[in-house]
Write a protein that binds this ligand. Structure first.
Ligand SMILES: NC(=O)c1ccc[n+]([C@@H]2O[C@H](COP(=O)([O-])OP(=O)(O)OC[C@H]3O[C@@H](n4cnc5c(N)ncnc54)[C@H](O)[C@@H]3O)[C@@H](O)[C@H]2O)c1
Length: 337
């Protein structure tokens, strides 16, 4: 039985805790939050021990896996502390908000014997997994263009928090928080482009947040294959984000619910066919990520393990931070170094 500790008892922590409750091989032992009210309410709801200081949670021998669900600016330092305390780590995205000290995290991951994953749960959607396999088998031919579209709605209420909407703590807006899931999927499916140019703006939420609510970027693979990224938090509702791939043999469209080739359904995974713990627009992959990770810790064969995000999560972070730099400098940014 894998003992689990959750740090940060806000919105997404509820999803992780509910998933842990469904897994035979795991048990939620303790939670931690600097906000005592949040933490105690969570501990009572999920019948676990509460700590206000995360070092106390890390000191618990019964905990093998730590899930980090805190604001973005804490991910890197908390991941390092947890790995150094000999815990396996599942960190919510992004892995960090700058690249200045990322080498410290990478060195710790390489040095410690414990496992480190980042929660990019969409990779484990059945439609995504099938496309990954098909691309490895090269059944669609050369890819000539990619489009990554995310149009969601985040109202001013969403930003009623001490970290969301700020450069210092969230590290950005729609790109680093929402669209990074899709950018991660692109890098996992087809790799990292060489260079990019992008623009960000704060449109409808300009009186609420200092970070961007809208972004547009072009990235290039081999100087000739474009990746177009369009992201906004100013839409109506939260439709499934979509990836489109133009290929030699036709067009692939990928969402959490469908994989289409030339508008024909290759695989459908509709919400009513599955038990959902997460909000619909987060996808339901938290269940898959946690069960695969627990299997990995227990040394059990699970083919999803190779699809979990680890240090390769750095690629989407580099793209997001590259778009911010490009927008500031109004220039192309190279991703080769
Ligand atoms: N994978 C997904 O689909 C998904 C969905 C939503 C959120 N997230 C990610 O989850 C993380 C948390 O987001 P959220 O919406 O749950 O945020 P939230 O603000 O609801 O919760 C964060 C919690 O962390 C606590 N916290 C802050 N500093 C702390 C500290 N030093 N020690 C312990 N606790 C501390 C806060 O008090 C709060 O309860 C973010 O990284 C976010 O991007 C991922």
């Amino acid at each position: 039985m894998v003992g689990v500790g959750i740090i940060g008892c806000g919105a997404i922590a509820q999803t992780h805790a509910k998933v842990v409750q469904t897994l035979d091989g795991a048990q939620l032992v303790a939670c931690c939050d600097i906000d005592q009210t949040n933490g105690i309410t969570f501990a009572e709801r999920f019948s676990c021990i509460f700590h206000q200081d995360f070092n106390q949670l890390l000191a618990m021998k019964e905990i093998e896996l730590v899930i980090i669900c805190t604001p973005h600016d804490l991910h890197q330092s908390m991941s390092i502390a947890a790995l150094e305390a000999q815990k396996h780590v599942l960190c919510e995205k992004p892995m960090a908000i700058t690249l200045q000290t990322i080498q410290d995290l990478i060195s710790t991951i390489e040095k410690q014997s414990k496992l480190y994953h980042v929660c990019y749960q969409n990779r484990l959607n059945p439609t995504y997994l099938l496309l990954k396999k098909q691309l490895v088998d090269n059944i669609y031919g050369k890819i000539t263009g990619i489009k990554c579209e995310l149009a969601w709605e985040r109202t001013p209420d969403y930003y009623q928090s001490d970290w969301k909407g700020t450069w210092q703590r969230e590290g950005g807006g729609v790109l680093i928080n929402q669209a990074i899931h899709m950018i991660d999927a692109v890098t996992w499916l087809v790799g990292t482009p060489e260079k990019m140019k992008g623009k960000i703006m704060t449109a409808c939420l300009d009186h609420v947040i200092e970070v961007e609510d809208t972004a547009m970027a072009i990235a290039l693979y081999h100087d000739d294959t474009p990746l177009v990224i369009q992201a906004t938090n100013n839409y109506t509702g939260n439709p499934s984000p979509k990836l489109t791939f133009e290929c030699e043999k036709g067009q692939i469209e990928l969402t959490a619910e469908q994989l289409l080739f030339n508008q024909e359904v290759i695989l459908e995974d509709l919400p009513q066919h599955s038990t959902r713990i997460s909000k619909r627009y987060w996808g339901r992959g938290h269940q898959a990520v946690l069960s695969a990770f627990i299997n990995e810790i227990n040394g059990q064969a699970d083919e999803r393990i190779t699809s979990l995000a680890g240090m390769d999560a750095l690629q989407s972070l580099k793209i997001v931070l590259g778009i911010y730099a490009s927008s500031r400098e109004n220039n192309w940014i190279s991703l080769n170094n």
